[in-house]
Design a protein. Structure first.
Length: 186
C-alpha cells in the first residue's frame, strides 16, 4: 500500500515562504499532480505541532479548558493542548501544557497516537496522550492570548456532549474517542 500512496504523491516543483511569524508560515508551492497537471499556487499553512492530553481524575472526571477561539469566534470546550518545540520530548511538553493550562499534574502518560488536522492545507500533527489520576497542584499559568476556565466533566457525559454539539473540535473529539477505546468505555 505504501508504494501505491507514493505513486499518487504530488511532485513539488518549487516552494517559497510567502508569510512567516512566530505562529505560522504560509508556503506557496508549485506542484505537479500524477495526471500531469501543474498547479502553480497551492498554499500550505505550517502551524506548530501539538500535544493534547486526556486527563482523568481519580473520581472519573476529565479535565477540560473552556476558552475563546478567535478563528471561529466562539468559546469552545477542549482538552488541554499546546504547541511543542521541534526537539522537545513529547511527554514533557504534554505534562507542561496540562500544568500550565489547568494546574493539574500528570504522572504517567499513555500515548494514544498521532493524527493530522485538515491535511489538505495544513502540515501540522497532534500527538494524543491519556493520563489517569491527575491531581490539582497550582493555579493555571495561561499565556497572554489565553483566558482559560478549567472545567471538569464526568467521564460518562462525554459522548452525550459530543452528540449534542457541546464538544465539536476535531482533535478533542478524536482524543476522547481514542481514550474511551483505551479505557474500554466504548
Amino acid at each position: 500500500m505504501k508504494a501505491d500512496l507514493q505513486k499518487k504523491s504530488w511532485k513539488v516543483l518549487s516552494s517559497e515562504i510567502v508569510f512567516s511569524n512566530k505562529w505560522c508560515k504560509i508556503k506557496k508551492d508549485s506542484v505537479k499532480l500524477p495526471n500531469g497537471k501543474v498547479i502553480d499556487d497551492y498554499f500550505i499553512t505550517e502551524l506548530g505541532n501539538i500535544v493534547m492530553v486526556f486527563a482523568l481524575t481519580k473520581d472519573k472526571h476529565v479535565v477540560f479548558v473552556k476558552q475563546y477561539r478567535h478563528g471561529v469566534k466562539k468559546v469552545l470546550l477542549e482538552l488541554p493542548a499546546g504547541i511543542h518545540e521541534q526537539d522537545e520530548v513529547l511527554e514533557i511538553a504534554a505534562k507542561r501544557e496540562l500544568l500550565e493550562e489547568t494546574g493539574y499534574v500528570a504522572r504517567d502518560l499513555i500515548p494514544l497516537g498521532r493524527v493530522v488536522d485538515y491535511p489538505t492545507k495544513n502540515s501540522h500533527h497532534i500527538d494524543l496522550f491519556l493520563t489517569k489520576d491527575v491531581v490539582y497542584q497550582t493555579p493555571p499559568i495561561p499565556e497572554d492570548t489565553e483566558d482559560i476556565e478549567v472545567v471538569l466533566i464526568p467521564l460518562d457525559n462525554l459522548l452525550e456532549l459530543i452528540e449534542e454539539g457541546g464538544i465539536f473540535v476535531t482533535g478533542t473529539i478524536t482524543c476522547i474517542i481514542k481514550a474511551l477505546i483505551y479505557l474500554k468505555v466504548i
